[in-house]
Design a protein around this ligand. Sequence first.
Ligand SMILES: [Zn+2]
Length: 483
Amino acid sequence: MRIGVGYLLQETNTFSPVETRWEDFGLVEGGEVIDRWRGTETEIGGFFDVLEGAGHEAVPLFAGWAMTAGNLSSATFERLTSMIGERFEEAQPLDALLIALHGSMSAHGVDDCDGQIIEMARQNLGDKTIVVTLDLHANLTTKMVHSSNAIVSYQTYPHVDMYSTGVSAAELLLRSLKEEVRLVSCFKKLPLIVGPENMQTTNGPMEEVFNVGYMARKRGEVLTVSAFGVQPWLDVGEMGCATLAVSDKSLELADNCATDMAHHFWNLREKFTIPLLRPREAVTLAASEDRGPVVLAEISDAPTAGAPGDSAELLLPLEQYAPDRTALIWIRDPMVVMQAIAVGVGGKLRTAIGGGFDKTNHTPVLFDGAVCSVTDGQFRFTGNYNKGMLNNMGTTVVLKSKKTTIVVTEAPANMISPDVYFSQGLDPQDYHIVVVKSCNSFRSEYKFSSRVILVDTPGISPANLRGLPYERVPRPIYPLDPM
Ligand SMILES: [Zn+2]
């Protein structure tokens, strides 16, 4: 059989002032998809392995991944849909389709880009089977469910199962094509927005939600279960957490399972919120630990949550409250990168750093120190998260002032992985305090840390959702309204 495979992931933060552009996707099409993505531990890597292993032809359509940022411009989304339409047409005849999406991509004028892409796939494939994978932070919509035969979410957060999600989806598709099963889906939306800080699937409320689904699966009632704790920085009409179950033939069993999971999700809603510390308390606590590295998670400036990564809010607290401790931090500042290159490796630099993008929340801080290195900022992930996937942080410099080492990049860095630091010849284990601008996914990659402290700074992806200027989410919704 000829089975189309596609991969297009972007998580939109509609509060971000930075628009997502066409070039951010690093898009490749046709045969280039195989060169770039086969062998990676991603959803599409899983698609290729299962389809080819079963003797089918995996027809590569397109693959791209963009860092979380603001809405796509209308022109970018139009260009994407026209490219996708062309690839679908060229690839015909296709017997089925596997497509990996994030599930919360939004453009100016289009809330549900992923739903629209799945709908396009349906128009092109007629009644052929379409199986979709989504991130656990997808905003599941009616259009997505109605236009596909089955949807499978990541089962882990921190996300370490992209490859196995791809494998599960491909295996489910093959079972359906062999007519071993007839896929029937049911989903439930909740009037609920939750932050990601306590959404681990290894413990806590999200684990409980999944376990309810796994019990139904164990009883043989459903084939797969998904839970979606939507990333909260998304101000769109059909917004909210969701659950979904796929059964063999039985709408009733899928419905029972999705409903049961949704009830648990709702009842556990308050447990998703955990306290954060102000910078002074967080840094003081980190400095008092006997052993490092202590991770200071600066959630509000997480690039994978759509923040620009330009916060320098922790530099002064580190100097003031942990003067004797070594610290490692990443800041995005293209101007400082240019200045450091002009000064040269070994030179001295005195400049303002940070606050170049999110001028509402961040202010520049004085840096006075040395330029240690310059690189092109390219590397592949080596850990549990998207292993093998190519990353580009743009031109990158390492600066040092007193006890603090700063990695400064031109483009946003994917802070989930310590590869951001490793790629610059820096080992976080050599530092007492390491600032990680990531909400939760870093936990699987920073297992070597002695302690994790969540720090509360202002930013585009804050933990306190009540302070965000939502205008379009359906009301009432928890935690914005009394329920
Ligand atoms: Zn996610």
